[in-house]
Design a protein around this ligand. Structure first.
Ligand SMILES: C[S@@+](CC[C@H](N)C(=O)[O-])C[C@H]1O[C@@H](n2cnc3c(N)ncnc32)[C@H](O)[C@@H]1O
Length: 311
């Protein structure tokens, strides 16, 4: 199994994508290439496009997939439509999103994602991007930091931690993951489960903001659903409740016909039903997988299928 990243719910993804001969598929979050490899092995007759914004992921997966016919694209999946148009693809038969960061990104100290590995506060998935976690921590207002910690980390001590950051940076720029972890501990204490959870939440919140993870998700889901051919499937794996809510709502909206307010006598919205939701409740990892792969602990997998546009 790859040390880069062990693919989560691989068999379920392959089963739910219903890969068909000569179909066009997209792996929107290539990572170490585990899911792409699984797809190509399950049906070597598909045409696969695989996207990642991280150059390390592209390098790792390019090696893994070197003997397979796959088009690998370094881009933000926000550019799904334009990237596929560039390759003259007008419709796709399935798309997979395995959201968030890979084990490699979390474990590789110098990427600056983890509080237990001392490094410069970086957290960029795409290292061509300018904004880093260090910029955010040192340049955001206290209110902005509080919003980020509260909205994306849902930590009860968000306000106090934001104020502690402001106090610390008056003396000296906050540069490293360890410095930030120490500031969090100065507020919530050390050694307890709660203190560990606060560090997880605050680091997660920063990572989400640095990479605009939630901002790009809704728009790419709309594009992906529009691109799907009838019968094509969208499979999305998310790892925290904010992401999952966006996926659930995007699927629900696309599975609805008219969305006019109930008081309207005649429909004016022109909204068409595009999706049939296949997973009424999100699928989760099996007990066996949970025992083997800690990353599968929080996964929620949702599946939907494109239908002919109907009112
Ligand atoms: C959970 S990992 C995917 C792991 C992969 N399925 C595998 O089996 O190895 C998520 C990957 O998606 C990439 N990613 C996350 N958000 C992205 C975005 N908006 N655009 C492009 N890539 C993104 C990350 O860089 C990371 O490599």
């Amino acid at each position: 199994m790859s040390r880069y990243h062990q693919p989560v719910m691989l068999e379920t993804c392959i089963r739910e994508l219903k890969l068909k001969d000569h179909g066009i598929y997209v792996d929107a979050t290539l990572g170490g290439g585990g899911h792409s490899l699984g797809m190509l092995k399950a049906n070597p007759n598909i045409r696969l496009f695989a996207i990642d914004q991280d150059a390390d992921a592209i390098a790792e997966a390019s090696e893994l997939l070197q003997d397979y016919p796959v088009t690998i694209i370094k881009a933000n999946f926000q550019q799904l439509r334009t990237q596929l148009a560039y390759h003259k693809v007008k419709g796709i038969d399935g798309i997979l999103f395995d959201l968030g960061v890979s084990s490699y990104q979390l474990d590789e100290a110098e990427r600056g994602f983890s509080f237990d590995k001392d490094a410069i506060l970086d957290m960029r998935m795409d290292r061509d991007q300018n904004l880093t976690a260090k910029d955010l921590i040192n340049e955001s207002s206290v209110d902005e930091l509080k919003r980020i910690f509260k909205e994306y980390g849902e930590d009860a001590a968000s306000g106090r931690i934001a104020r502690a950051v402001e106090k610390a940076r008056q003396n000296k720029e906050i540069v490293s993951t360890k410095e930030l972890a120490d500031i969090i501990e100065s507020v919530v204490g050390t050694g307890s489960k709660e203190s560990l959870k606060s560090k997880v939440r605050i680091f997660q919140a920063l990572r989400i903001e640095v990479n605009n993870e939630l901002g790009v998700l809704s728009s790419v889901l709309t594009d992906a659903i529009n691109l799907l051919n009838p019968g094509g499937r969208i499979v999305v794996m998310s790892y925290h409740s904010l992401e999952d809510r966006i996926v659930k709502n995007a699927f629900r909206l696309a599975a609805q016909g008219c969305i006019c307010p109930p008081a309207m006598i005649h429909c004016t919205c022109d909204h068409k039903r595009q999706l049939k939701i296949i997973s009424k409740r999100p699928l989760v990892a099996s007990a066996d997988e949970l025992a083997q792969n800690i990353r599968s602990r929080s996964v929620k997998l949702r599946v939907a299928e494109k239908i002919e546009g109907k009112k």
